[in-house]
Write a protein that binds this ligand. Sequence first.
Ligand SMILES: *Cc1c(COP(=O)(O)O)cnc(C)c1O
Length: 358
Amino acid sequence: MARAATVTIDLDAIVHNYRLAKSLAPDQQALAVIKADAYGHGAVTVARKLQSEVDAFAVACIEEAVELRVAGIRKPILLLEGFFTADELNYISEQNLWTAVHSDHQIDAIASSNVSKPIDVWIKIDTGMHRLGFAPDEFMAAYERLKALPQVGNLVMMSHFSSADDLTSPVTQAQLEVFDALQAQCPIPMSIANSAGTLMHNRARRNWQRPGIMLYGSSPFSDQPALDAQLKPAMTLTSEIIAIHDLQAGDAVGYSGTFVCDQPTRVGTVAMGYADGYPRQAKTGTPVIVNGQRTRIIGRVSMDMLTVDLTGLDAGLGSKVELWGKHLLANEVAPWADTISYTLFTGITRRVHRKVKG
Ligand SMILES: *Cc1c(COP(=O)(O)O)cnc(C)c1O
């Protein structure tokens, strides 16, 4: 009836993973980070499922927040990247959005606005990532200015880790020290923990955790099987075998013939390619599951198809193929394409059929 390429989203898994994040800091609060269409899982669907239990949501920008408000989501939503132009401020105020503020020009814009209700502001501090935020020695001035403005409501201090997924890196500790030194001067609520911080850095857990990738059941760590066992993968990408060819030693497979059979090889063609969001960079050897059995991709991934090794497997036309999901972690696939699970999840395109469970 139809091309089988399908992404299945398990909403109960996301609820489970959010509860896990909350359980790690039960007296504190946690934003559910659903930017980038909930990391490709569908922001509106995920928000509807989570809204009765999350403390608040976070997205990157106002466009993403508007989508949620239009869909009837009422919880507060933090704009992690802040606002870009002053004309966003009225909507932010009216719709109970919270905004990151990372620079003086944004404070100027708020000061010249005439918003109807005060806006809650998360002051972004650069504690070492050097991407966005006030330098530590600029923080107090920014805080004092914001505090004095009638257009501003509650204040939170936030920062972001650059290396929390590397447990051997001294940078996380150094960032926390900078953050704590500012907190000593200015005791307002704090937020620094992303998923890696929430899961593995006790000292990073503050008033607000900001779990993202872990909500989708993917660990930010590549080498923590105990965490993998606690998280439930929410996205499963599947398709089917649409053709089978028995090749001889010396036969080449796919574009540029990058894979050459060294023995008689049964090759299965799968309806899944880079235009579906499967990474073209995935090398020969990338794991894949066919009819419940692990095998590997061989040859180049093309736009609409890829090829797998079926030699010695119990598989035929129409056999189910799992590219990643419940039985094969995206974290295991990602390094074969020199990437991370985040890009796999956010890369699924609209050609892929979507199913939602739960
Ligand atoms: C995306 C994002 C997060 C979530 O990060 P994960 O690694 O997905 O948990 C947290 N904070 C900020 C500022 C972000 O941009």
